[in-house]
Design a protein around this ligand. Structure first.
Ligand SMILES: [Fe+2]
Length: 216
């Protein structure tokens, strides 16, 4: 099988405000922690998995609590995305899903195994997790992987490093975030959805908004 998955990393640490990590941590503490139901269409979880426990800082909270991050999403980060993509890249016009935080605490939380509906995703890792500490972002090489065991059998593993912004196209390769190994650690990532001229926001399945927000 040809290895078709790749990603690009930018170390943006020196471009971020001096207090960026403490700013992020303060907003992440307000996350909505609960069991999230599996996502329609995009989930690649085993059939018996109905919920995945994690934290989410919703887009309106991020925009209000981290205005500088929202500005980066619309401007500087969007420009970097365009360098990767070689075509016009735009942030989401719908503020409900453009920029959110995913938060994991301890060993019982992870991020759902899924594929993306948008053509370019840009997570900014906000916490460091050394080798062996868990929290890795993992991408299946097998496009048909339908659970985390199948992903883990043959995968690319990205270790979160604070201040690293990566870009990837996650529409075909199932991916998830592993749980942390330590019960006292937290993992925070700012996730940005981008769209392109060839794959615009109008392609986003309406069912996703119905599932996430209760309305289209
Ligand atoms: Fe994703």
């Amino acid at each position: 099988m040809p290895l078709s998955f790749c990603w690009t990393t930018f170390d943006v640490t020196t471009r971020l405000p001096g207090n960026w990590q403490s700013d992020l941590a303060a907003v992440a503490a307000e996350a909505d922690f609960r069991d999230f139901p599996r996502t329609p269409l995009l989930s690649r979880e085993a059939e018996h998995v109905a919920h995945i426990s994690r934290g989410r800082v919703h887009a309106d909270q991020v925009r209000q609590g981290l205005p500088w991050l929202y500005e980066f999403y619309q401007g500087y980060f969007r420009g970097l995305a365009e360098e990767v993509c070689k075509e016009r890249v735009v942030p989401a016009r719908d503020d409900r899903y453009g920029l959110v935080l995913n938060v994991q605490h301890g060993t019982g939380m992870r991020f759902e195994c899924h594929i993306d509906s948008n053509p370019l995703t840009g997570p900014l890792f906000c916490t460091d997790h050394p080798a062996g500490a868990g929290g890795e972002l993992v991408f299946a090489h097998d496009l048909a992987a339908v659970d985390i065991d199948a992903v883990d059998r043959d995968c690319s593993v990205i270790r979160p490093q604070a201040g690293h912004l990566i870009f990837f196209d996650g529409r075909r390769h199932p991916h998830y975030a592993r749980p942390l190994v330590s019960g006292s650690e937290a993992r925070v990532v700012a996730v940005m959805n981008f769209y392109t001229e060839s794959f615009p926001e109008s392609t986003r399945p309406l069912e996703l908004n119905r599932h996430l927000f209760g309305e289209v």
